[in-house]
Design a protein around this ligand. Structure first.
Ligand SMILES: [Zn+2]
Length: 248
């Protein structure tokens, strides 16, 4: 049994209904037939929110994907968990998720402008709602480079570039220059089709996360720190300026 990943095709879905697939009382968690809750991955934290059913309601405190199933950990006495087959209604903490979508998209824009200006790849990254960081194969880092990146990011945001979600057949994806560059070929061949996030004209990569539909929706971004974490590993931190930020 597998969980249909509603967020993969509609990142703006905040509520949904689904039957319970499996119940794990030992871990106080349930797997659903479909879900809008992002289970975490690619540096984007899992969602939180609530599930409601005929006999109860509980906070979703943690979400994880195991095999093909997405498990929702509930703050609830395990005896009170709904039974397999019960219909539940899910509701995301949308303010947090939408801020994560803006943050995640801002990191793609950073990735795109550094590639356009320096032709170097990302080596790592992470994010929290409202803030995040990426590491690059740059030889040197400076406050000037950070200021330039901030200006370029905000220019691209102001362009209102459209962001598309594609599902590409592997034989096509493995020939795509942008995907070759971002080492999409390292993703197991069994992942087919490959989900691709395209900030049209700026950044294109294989990605399982959630993003906004236009760069304009990101809002203003500040580069808050530049650091050298060693040879060919230079870190840039950013913040969404009107977001509730927490340090990454
Ligand atoms: Zn992404």
């Amino acid at each position: 049994m597998t969980t249909e990943l509603l967020y993969a095709t509609d990142a703006y879905l905040r509520t949904f209904e689904a039957p319970v697939l499996e119940v794990d009382r030992a871990e106080a968690r349930i797997a659903l037939r479909r879900t809008a809750f992002y289970p975490g991955g690619g540096g984007q934290p899992h969602d939180v929110g609530t599930l409601r059913w005929d006999a109860g309601e509980a906070t979703v405190s943690r979400v994880m994907r195991e095999g093909g199933m997405v498990w929702h950990h509930l703050d609830l006495d395990p005896e009170a968990l709904p039974d397999p087959g019960a219909e539940v209604e899910g509701r995301l903490d949308w303010d947090r998720r939408h801020l994560l979508m803006r943050t995640h998209t801002a990191l793609h824009v950073l990735c795109g402008v550094i590639w356009a200006d320096f032709g170097v790849a990302v080596t790592g990254g992470n994010m929290q709602p409202g803030s995040g960081r990426l590491d690059f194969e740059l030889d040197a880092m400076s406050a000037e480079l950070g200021a330039r990146a901030e200006r370029r990011i905000n220019e691209e945001i102001a362009c209102g570039r459209e962001i598309l979600v594609d599902f590409l057949d592997r034989s096509t994806a493995d020939q795509d220059p942008a995907l070759v560059r971002t080492k999409a070929s390292l993703i197991p061949a069994s992942v087919n089709p490959l989900r691709v996030i395209d900030i049209v004209g700026l950044d294109r990569q294989a990605d399982g996360g959630t993003h906004v539909a236009s760069t304009a929706e990101v809002g203003r971004v500040a580069v808050t720190k530049t650091e050298s974490k060693g040879k060919a590993n230079k870190r840039i931190r950013l913040e969404i300026q009107d977001g509730e930020s927490s340090s990454a």
